[in-house]
Unconditional design. Structure first.
Length: 257
């Protein structure tokens, strides 16, 4: 059994059906490995409200701020837009592919994720499978389309909240750091994001306590691309989630978390 420290990406991946790293995140959580994370990760995941600081924020897994809240907000907006937009279609213009494409467009995923091949290979199949099961043997009429798209958005929101509860039970919280880590943070100057530095130091603190060494991330920019430098400074092994939990060969992506 391996012990892993989780960055924000795997938490988002297991939370949202339409996340780029959904499949790998589900595989990770389905193992019997021991999983850890820290307050800095949870702050980014669901507690940052745009004005609160990590040092003073109340950290819990019931809040709906942070990346969690941003994604849910997009789904809610898409839900309203899709209901209006689908009314303008004729029945013979609608099919499963059209519904999937409309969901991708209204949630903004087509602008967030490159190359497009990633959408086709990773997100559209999960969305399409859910919609196909809801449609069943029915023809895709305007009424059916509006119904199943509404169900999809409701399911994403409900499942996200249920997953928060699961994460609270499944993932252990790292202890607070007690020593002065300012020197290590200065040496991590090449990591641009301040919260990423805090996350790395939380993981390194656990490494020094001999609890973990491997950090699972979906961050191909700040963390994984600097994995050798991070290893030299902190001793951590930065693992990209698809390399550890997927055998699928993927196109390159600029997408992070």
């Amino acid at each position: 059994m391996t012990r892993y420290f989780l960055d924000t990406g795997p938490l988002l991946g297991v939370t949202f059906l339409h996340d780029l790293w959904r499949d790998e995140s589900e595989q990770l959580f389905a193992t019997d490995n021991t999983l850890y994370t820290s307050d800095a990760v949870l702050y980014e995941y669901c507690n940052y409200d745009g004005s609160n600081d990590l040092e003073t924020a109340d950290i819990d897994l019931e809040s709906e701020d942070g990346r969690f809240g941003q994604i849910l907000s997009k789904v809610r907006l898409a839900q309203r837009s899709l209901d209006i937009k689908l009314r303008s279609y004729d029945d013979d213009e609608l099919d499963l592919k059209t519904l999937v494409d409309e969901f991708i467009e209204e949630t903004g995923l087509d602008e967030e994720i490159e190359p497009e091949e990633l959408l086709d290979k990773r997100i559209k199949p999960n969305v399409g499978e859910y919609l196909a099961n809801k449609i069943g043997r029915r023809d895709v009429t305007k009424e059916v389309a509006r119904e199943v798209m509404d169900d999809l958005c409701d399911e994403i929101e409900t499942a996200a909240r249920e997953t928060q509860e699961m994460i609270d039970q499944r993932v252990k919280r790292a202890p607070q750091r007690e020593d002065d880590w300012s020197n290590k943070k200065r040496r991590l100057h090449f990591v641009d994001d301040r919260i990423d530095k805090e996350i790395l130091c939380d993981a390194a603190n656990m490494y020094e306590m001999n609890r973990i060494r491997r950090v699972v991330t979906t961050d191909n920019n700040h963390m994984y691309s600097n994995r050798e430098r991070i290893n030299t400074i902190l001793g951590l092994v930065i693992v990209f989630i698809k390399d550890e939990f997927s055998e699928t060969t993927l196109p390159s992506s600029s997408e992070t978390e």
